[in-house]
Design a protein around this ligand. Sequence first.
Ligand code: GDP
Length: 409
Amino acid sequence: AMDEENKRLLYPLGIPDAADPENQIIGKIKQQRNPRVFCKRCYNLMHKNRLPSPNWQDALVGSDTSFLKFLAKKPNSIVLTVVDIFDFPGSLLAHLEQLIGTRTRNIIVANKVDILPKDIHYDRIKNWLAFELNGLGFTNVMDIHLTSAVKNIGVRELVNAIADMRSASDDVYLVGCTNVGKSELMNSFLRTSAVGGWQHKVTASLVPGTTMGMLGLPLSIFNGAFGKTLGVKNYFQVSKHIYDTPGIVNESQLLHLLTHEELKLVIPRTKIKPLSYRIEPGKSIFFGGLGRIDYVYGNVPILFTIFSKIPVHITNIARANEFCDNIANGIQQSVIVPPVGPPERILSFPPMKTVRKRILVDGRHGGISVKDIVFSGVGWASISGTFENAELSVHSAGGKGVFLRHHPL
Ligand code: GDP
């Protein structure tokens, strides 16, 4: 039996209605020795990778982060703040420290490192993240870990670090936006700890916003198992929990504009291969229909290295303007995807809005990258070359999800 406190923690958004057919257990599937039990929602996610509702955006939890305030009252907790390294800082909860206070220990877990190009060194990424987090006002980060939940990279190191700082009475919370990989990380913890193969699995999916309540797993699952696999002591005590909190919908993320089919075109599944383009002044680069960078003014070509899975399209600024005007005027055109689908889809897609009219970049020191322009969740352009005082402008679908990084990845 769950006491009231536990119930409140497990379901900060309210206890699921058992009468709701979506929440009813629909079956047990025998897997190895352990039967698996699913509710309809999880079953649909696993087998169809989508929610039963055709319009999954209706099912999103909402962007209210206030429920995380309860963490401020639990200063013994360890918070694992999960971010998607491919969507940084877009996937970072900007005001997290205000919510959880500075007495709570916060570890940043930068997940999905498996998709970064292979020549980016982890130490460099960590230093870069520390620098960026500082610049974003995070003053209370205890540690930064790079992980890949799907490839089990860095997970043991993370678990050991938690074990080192954790005393027997401390809970651990996974916190982050939707789609950063919290559920997958939970699975990775379970995988690392399960003796004799998989014993539990948390539903992870491509669809943002699908961890509906807070999921608690006893930390005792780590007992002994980690001791065996890692050769470390039994750090985790019975009855304390590791919680996967509901993902927070970050309205600024561009991925929320996309359908399931379109997400497949955008979310990288394997290492991204950076592609460099020498761009002349007067040219425009489209990141599908989601983002656009114009090289408005300058004397020499600039090198744009694109880190994205999305098809880029390079054209003259005049043509780019014409294209965007046509869309805004309801004239349907093809080529630039996503959006993909019937004319209704293309025409109802949020048109490009100017986000930064004038960005000055200066590459007079040559060679090294001077700036990254990031389209949240879609990728980024790293700008380099030898040039002085060039001027760029940036547009994005609905004017969302654009970030500038001064010290590029
Ligand atoms: P959550 O909403 O934070 O719980 O995110 P999920 O665990 O459901 O993961 C969201 C999506 O990201 C799923 O498609 C996962 O397979 C994918 N994902 C999670 N972790 C990783 C990772 O380490 N690498 C890659 N490439 N994809 C990941």
